[in-house]
Design a protein around this ligand. Structure first.
Ligand code: TYD
Ligand code: MG
Length: 478
């Protein structure tokens, strides 16, 4: 009998290849998902690709490389042409990498992908694969973004309206793009993966399988791939979540609640990395959506302050917080009202409510407010908000929260020219924060005359420092 040499078994869910049939895929744990398929030539330009792309079995067995001989992939980044995106990615799009962009419908994923297609600093070809919109719709969007004024951009972007993996792969092999934009992962399906997996596009197995194939293609051909993925309002992200481990970078696009800000109603969209193999996950990209698509907001210093004339109302404190490498000033608003129930509650969306409870407990304890029925916090419902709807996780915001709560409870406004930064410990001490002088400088540049913060190692001009919350409150009000 003729021996079939080039036969392997491939998981229709995750794409793993095995030399013999197994009942359960060792990669993704799926049952009965291995199907017979022909082995392909697996040696790429970068050597053997680990995992499913063969174990590097040559005649002489697997080959290793001394670390010193490995290409550090320097200069492997392509500028995306969008500063805020480069910031989040850690300095540009890494070649051979895969980036997932998750977000609710309407947040601007497709717009961002098209803007990347237009702005990416590469001379190579760009493939935009749309399984959701027709070519005409894409053209309309491109015109709206003003891309039609640049002929070279309009010519280098190739459009494919399909979700079929086999069609996409055939186009990839024909035009060899350096940048691939998939809109969206949920519309991908494969004719080959339908044997055991759910054949409907959007099925999790289909999506995983197709994504795996596209990532592998990009790695083998020195390209980068972006995949948009929808996330529903309730945060049910079972779809995109299952792709997170496959890709190098996961970015989530989220929107503020259009809070009223300095410029009237600000419509901010934040791009955050939740996983990044090639950069930090601290940086956020800030955009506004306008007539001509997404515009990066680079000057964020005042973005989260509310324009006010004269005095601040009680309950408002201005915090200088770090968002990645930049300092932003944010108006923290607090409100205290007698608890409606038997236990007091904290209402705070943008700042962790556990943190607000801890700060209010420390404040009450170290200013002995529990003995003063008019000032007690523990019988109050506490509401805390950050203007502009930005989510704040940085510890430097804690002292400002404490001051805002105190101001709200006492009805005594804080000075309008005061900016605050500091971490508050349970012992009531104000702990040092990173890049204090940078925060002070940002506040001074924006016209704020006073800065309240922790005691620095060396004196800093313009800083009023306090070692603990009691002294801080004294310093403000006496
Ligand atoms: P879209 O990018 O289609 O979002 P997603 O792909 O995440 O579902 O578009 C988001 C919204 O942005 C849509 O409601 C229309 C709006 N928009 C603008 O306001 N200005 C523009 O220039 C464009 C292209 C879209
Ligand atoms: Mg879309």
């Amino acid at each position: 009998m003729k021996k079939q040499k080039n036969l392997i078994y491939k998981c229709s869910s995750c794409g793993r290849e095995e030399p013999k049939w197994l009942g359960r895929c060792p990669e993704c744990g799926e049952w009965n998902s291995l199907v017979e398929s022909a082995a392909r030539n697996e040696i790429s330009a970068q050597g053997r690709i680990p995992g499913r792309h063969g174990k590097g079995r040559g005649d002489s067995g697997p080959v290793t490389l001394p670390l010193a001989a490995v290409d550090p992939m320097e200069g492997s980044r392509i500028g995306s042409g969008i500063g805020e995106l480069d910031r989040v990615l850690g300095g540009g799009i890494m070649k051979r990498s895969s980036i997932l962009i998750g977000g609710e419908p309407g947040i601007g994923k497709s717009t961002l992908l098209l803007q990347i297609a237009a702005a990416a600093q590469t001379k190579g070809r760009v493939l935009y694969v749309s399984g959701e919109e027709s070519a005409g719709q894409l053209r309309l969007r491109a015109d709206r973004l003003g891309l039609n004024t640049d002929k070279s951009i309009m010519e280098r972007i190739e459009i494919l309206c399909s979700g079929c993996l086999e069609e996409i792969e055939s186009v990839l092999n024909n035009i060899k793009p350096v940048l691939i934009l998939i809109d969206s992962a949920q519309t991908l399906y494969s004719e080959n993966a339908s044997m055991n997996a759910n054949p409907a596009p959007g099925g999790i197995n289909q999506m995983k399988f197709c994504t795996f194939e596209l990532i592998a293609w990009a790695k083998e051909h020195d390209a980068a791939v972006f995949l948009a993925a929808h996330v529903t309002k309730e945060g049910v992200i079972s779809g995109p979540k299952t792709l997170e481990h496959m890709v190098d970078t996961v970015l989530y696009f989220e929107q503020n609640d259009k809070a009223s800000g300095l410029n009237g109603t600000i419509d901010c969209r934040f791009l955050r990395a939740s996983k990044n193999r090639f950069g930090s996950i601290d940086e956020i990209g800030i955009f506004t959506m306008g007539e001509k698509g997404l515009s990066p907001v680079e000057d964020t210093g005042r973005m989260f302050l509310i324009r006010r004339e004269g005095e601040l109302p009680p309950g408002v404190a201005i915090a200088a917080v770090l968002e990645g490498s930049r300092t932003i000033l944010v108006e923290i608003q607090a409100l205290t009202i007698p608890a409606k129930g038997t236990i007091s509650r904290v209402f705070s969306d943008k700042i962790d409510s556990g943190r607000v409870s801890r700060i209010s407990a420390a404040l009450e304890k170290h200013l002995s407010l529990q003995n003063k029925p008019d000032l007690r916090l523990s019988d109050q419902d506490l509401y805390v908000n950050a203007a502009g709807g930005i989510r704040i996780t940085e510890v430097g915001v804690e002292l400002a929260i404490a001051c805002a709560l105190y101001s709200a409870r006492t009805g005594r406004a804080l000075p309008a020219d005061l900016v605050i930064a500091g971490e508050l410990s349970l012992t009531g001490e104000i702990r040092p924060v990173h890049r204090l002088s940078n925060r002070i400088k940002t506040a001074a540049n924006l016209g704020f005359k006073k800065f309240l913060g922790p005691v620095p190692e060396q004196p800093i001009q313009g800083l009023h420092s306090a070692a603990n919350i009691k002294n801080a409150i004294k310093l403000i009000y006496e």
